[in-house]
Design a binder for this molecule. Structure first.
Ligand code: NIG
Ligand code: FE
Length: 410
C-alpha cells in the first residue's frame, strides 16, 4: 500500500479531535508543532512530533519545513451545477436594483433555471467538474452540491444525475442535496400548491427510491417558500430518510430556523436575520448554524450575528454558497477572511468553522474535517507562512502549495 510521510511540518492543524466545536472552544485550534503525518493508502495512519521515533518505511516523503498541514476545507453548502453566469445582474445591482427586485422580475434563480433547462447533462457535468477542480486546488476536500436550478420534474432529475456522476468521477467527497423548492417557477406563481404537490408526490418519491440525494433543502424566506410549505416538504423528505439542510432567514425573520429545528435539520444556512429566540432554539438542537459570508458580501446585505451565536455557546460552520447569483466564488480561504472581517470571528474560530463544523454540517465528520488516524487523508499544505492567521489575512494570495486527496500528493 502507498505510504506518504509528511515531515518537519511547522504545524499540524486540527489534529487529534473529532467533534463539533462550540462556543468558547471555537477560539481554540489544536496545532501540533514540528510534526509528521503518515498516510497509508487513502487514510491517515498516524500523527506525531518529530522527536518521536517513527518506524514506518514510506514510499514518498514530503518535507514540509516552514509549512502548515491542514485538513481540507469542508464546504457544506454550494450550488456548483449551473449553466452560464449572471454578471449582467451584478451590473444591475451596481446600478441600484436589489437581489429581490431582480428575482421578482424573473431574473435570479429563474434566470439560471431557464438556462439550465436548455443545457445538456453533458455540458452541465463538464462545467461542474471544472469548478470542482478549481475548488480542489484551493483546498476544498469535501463539498455538498444542491439541485434547485431545474425547477421542473425533468430538470431537477437532470441536475441530480449530474451530481451523481460527479460523485463517481471526482476524487472529492461529495454529498447531494435536493432543492426543488428553491423558487416557484413563473407558471406556478398563482398556483403554488400544485408545484409543492409535484415536489412531494412525484419528485421526492423518485429521488428517494433511486438514492439520488442525501439531504432535502427548501429556501424558506420572504418571497420564496412559506413555513407551511417548508413544513410539508421537509416532512415528505423524511419519509425517504432525507434529513433537511435548509436555506433560512436570509431576507427576513422567516420562521425558517424554527421549522428547520422542528424537523431536526442537519443545518440551517444563511441566518442573516437571527435573534435571541432563534439562538435559544438552536442551543437546544443538533442543527448546525451555517453562515455564508460570501453571500452577504456579494449582495451587500447585512451579516449574520455570528458573535451573538458563538458567545451564546453555539457552534457555527462556514460555507461558500458557490453559485452564479449571490456568491460566484468557492474559495474557502476568502470565506475565512470575510468571517474574520465581517462576522468578527478570529482566524481560529473561522478555521474550526470551515473544517470540523463544516464536516458535521454535511454529515462527514467521522471521515473528514480533522487530522486524526483512520480519517480520510484529504489535506492541504501551505507555502512557508508565519502563522495560521496568515490564511485569512493574505486574502489575495495563493497560500496553498500542495494538496493531498485520498492519500495522494497533488
Ligand atoms: O443560497 N438563497 C437562495 N439561493 C441561493 C442563491 C441562488 C441564486 O441566486 O442563484 C443562495 O444564495
Ligand atoms: Fe445557497
Amino acid at each position: 500500500m502507498h505510504r506518504l510521510l509528511i515531515i518537519n511540518a511547522k504545524g499540524i492543524v486540527q489534529h487529534g479531535r473529532s467533534h463539533v466545536v462550540r462556543g468558547k472552544d471555537m477560539a481554540e485550534l489544536p496545532i501540533l508543532e514540528n510534526g509528521w503525518v503518515l498516510i497509508e493508502g487513502d487514510k491517515i495512519h498516524s500523527v506525531g512530533h518529530m522527536d518521536d521515533v517513527l518506524h514506518a518505511p514510506a514510499n514518498e516523503v514530503y518535507d514540509a519545513s516552514g509549512r502548515f498541514v491542514f485538513p481540507s476545507w469542508c464546504d457544506s453548502h454550494t450550488h456548483i451545477v449551473f449553466a452560464g453566469s449572471r454578471e449582467n445582474e451584478f451590473v444591475d445591482r451596481i446600478h441600484g436594483l436589489t437581489y429581490e427586485e431582480i428575482a421578482k422580475r424573473g431574473g435570479g434563480i429563474l434566470n439560471s433555471a431557464k438556462r439550465l433547462q436548455q443545457t445538456s447533462e453533458e455540458e452541465l457535468f463538464d462545467g461542474a467538474m471544472m469548478r470542482l477542480e478549481e475548488v480542489k486546488r484551493s483546498g476544498t476536500g469535501a463539498i455538498e452540491i444542491k439541485s434547485g436550478y431545474g425547477l421542473s420534474y425533468e430538470a431537477e432529475l437532470k441536475m441530480l444525475k449530474v451530481i451523481k456522476r460527479l460523485k463517481q468521477s471526482s476524487d472529492l467527497t461529495i454529498k447531494a442535496t435536493f432543492l426543488g423548492a428553491h423558487a416557484f417557477p413563473a407558471e406556478f406563481k398563482e398556483n403554488r400548491k400544485e408545484y409543492v404537490d409535484m415536489l412531494v408526490d412525484r419528485l421526492l418519491p423518485y429521488i428517494g427510491d433511486h438514492g439520488l440525494a442525501d439531504y432535502n433543502d427548501v429556501f424558506c424566506d420572504r418571497g420564496f417558500f412559506s413555513v407551511e410549505e417548508t413544513d410539508r416538504i421537509l416532512e415528505a423528505g423524511w419519509k425517504y430518510g432525507l434529513r433537511p439542510k435548509i436555506h433560512a432567514n436570509e431576507l427576513d425573520f422567516s420562521g425558517g430556523i424554527q421549522v428547520g429545528v422542528k424537523h431536526n435539520a442537519l443545518s440551517v444556512d444563511h441566518l442573516e436575520c437571527t435573534g435571541d429566540e432563534e439562538i435559544d432554539l438552536l442551543l437546544k438542537s443538533e442543527t448546525m448554524p451555517t453562515l455564508l459570508p460570501g453571500t452577504a458580501f456579494f449582495l451587500k446585505i447585512h451579516y449574520p450575528p455570528a458573535r451573538n451565536m458563538i458567545d451564546a455557546g453555539l457552534p457555527v460552520a462556514l460555507a461558500s454558497d458557490y453559485n452564479p447569483g449571490s456568491s460566484p466564488s468557492g474559495k474557502m480561504s476568502l470565506v475565512t477572511t470575510l468571517a474574520c472581517l465581517y462576522l468578527k470571528m478570529s482566524p481560529e474560530e473561522a478555521i474550526n468553522a470551515a473544517t470540523l463544523n463544516g464536516a458535521y454540517a454535511m454529515g462527514v465528520m467521522d471521515e473528514l474535517g480533522s487530522i486524526v488516524p483512520y480519517k480520510k487523508a484529504n489535506l492541504f499544505i501551505t507555502k512557508p507562512i508565519s502563522s495560521v492567521g496568515y490564511i485569512p489575512y493574505a486574502y489575495g494570495s495563493d497560500v496553498i502549495d500542495k494538496i493531498v486527496i485520498n492519500g495522494r500528493l497533488q
